[in-house]
Design a protein around this ligand. Structure first.
Ligand code: SF4
Length: 378
């Protein structure tokens, strides 16, 4: 079963957003690191470290140690993430100035855990070993793997919590997923709701005698919790498992504002977004733009380059001249990437992702993709 196809909530969400995006994500293409994801992982891991640490030798009444220990965990995880970020083939600039956000998210996670045991607004240096033990005792699992009995569905649950009544008797299990991003406006985003219901229903399927089970998103930014909706998802999850079987043939693309419009990491390998952007009149929308270009003039040693913007040709991924000329300023690692590509083939089309297109000159910097344009011809 080791190599058998298994669907996780994040893969499922990717498939629902655009089947081609899901398919491309499985092709071993160079991965992209993002600061927000690294920051979130560091917060998650440091909270888990606090929950897993052995405090049995601390006097029950001792306090003042948790903020320092927690921040040391966070620092270690932050540094781990920084290394992983720089080891990822496509990465921008690591932003040390976001450390403050990491500290705030970490503290937000602690606040949510304190609330879980009925403690509100307590300064963290007042947390005693006895109180933190109470928090730890209410964890049934931390970062636990959850896999369906047939092995087809699975993922990792951040926290599985035990809800108890006044007598300490279990009344419910709560699946909680720590969220370090933007807080929902009015209701959970569909992909988060789907993910939470996936874990809840899987847990119930594996444990038919479980008490009540509910799933919640715990948002560290403003310390709020959001409950998933009731509808079951396992039938849909198994349908998605069928549809996402590994295949040589690329899955269908579903280009559009909610799929290509920002967060697809695989545009350099997909010709469909360019056609969609062109046909919907959105080539020049927004301050940060993607483009396929060909360098037409580069004065020796200059970081300012004149490019021809390319337009979609006949078939998927084909490009032709005609988008007009513009000037681009390449800085930092973007300039190094441009140099490497031009050394290979100075006339080949290049994909530029997220260039700042304000004013007469586009700015292409560390935050941008500068990749060979190699889309699939289907
Ligand atoms: S660029 Fe758009 S159509 Fe292509 S894979 Fe990404 S989301 Fe799908």
């Amino acid at each position: 079963m080791a190599d058998a196809h298994r669907l996780s909530p994040s893969s499922w969400n990717r498939y629902e957003t655009c089947p081609r995006m899901y398919w491309l994500s499985r092709q071993g293409l160079p991965r992209k690191a993002g600061m927000a994801a690294s920051l979130g992982t560091a917060i998650h891991a440091s909270i888990e470290d606090l929950l897993n640490m052995d405090i049995s030798d601390r006097p029950k009444a001792s306090m003042g140690w948790l903020p320092e220990v927690g921040e040391a965990f966070l620092k270690d995880r932050w540094n781990e993430e920084k290394t992983a970020f720089h080891d990822t083939p496509r990465h921008g600039r690591w932003k040390d100035d976001r450390w403050k956000e990491a500290v705030d998210g970490h503290r937000g996670g602690i606040d949510l855990l304190l609330r879980w045991v009925g403690v509100e607004g307590l300064a963290h240096n007042r947390i005693t070993a006895a109180l933190w033990s109470r928090v730890q005792e209410r964890m049934l699992a931390v970062e636990g793997e959850l896999i369906s009995r047939d092995g087809r569905l699975g993922g990792r649950v951040d926290l599985l919590l035990n809800e108890v009544d006044d007598q300490g008797q279990t009344v419910a299990w709560v699946v909680a997923d720590l969220k370090t991003g933007r807080t929902p406006e009015g209701k959970l985003k569909p992909e988060v709701d789907r993910q939470l219901r996936f874990y809840r229903d899987l847990l119930l399927a594996n444990n038919p005698d479980a008490p009540n089970v509910r799933a919640e998103g715990w948002y560290t930014l403003n310390r709020t919790t959001w409950r998933a909706s009731n509808d079951g998802v396992l039938e849909d999850a198994y349908a998605a498992w069928e549809a996402t079987q590994p295949t040589e043939v690329p899955l269908e693309p579903t280009p559009g504002p909610n799929s290509c419009g920002g967060f697809c990491d695989w545009k350099a390998w997909c010709g469909h977004w360019l056609r969609w952007r062109h046909d919907s009149g959105r080539l020049d929308e927004g301050d940060f733009r993607d483009a396929v270009v060909r360098v037409v003039r580069r004065p020796a040693g200059s970081s300012t380059v004149e490019v021809e913007r390319l337009l979609p040709g006949e078939g998927p991924g084909e490009v032709v001249d005609g988008g007009g000329r513009c000037s681009m300023l390449f800085v930092g690692s973007a300039l190094e990437k441009l140099d490497a590509l031009m050394d290979e083939d100075a006339a080949a089309p290049i994909f530029i992702g997220s260039a700042l297109a304000k004013g007469h000159q586009w700015r292409v910097g560390d935050w941008c993709d500068v990749l060979p344009w190699t889309p699939h011809a289907v």
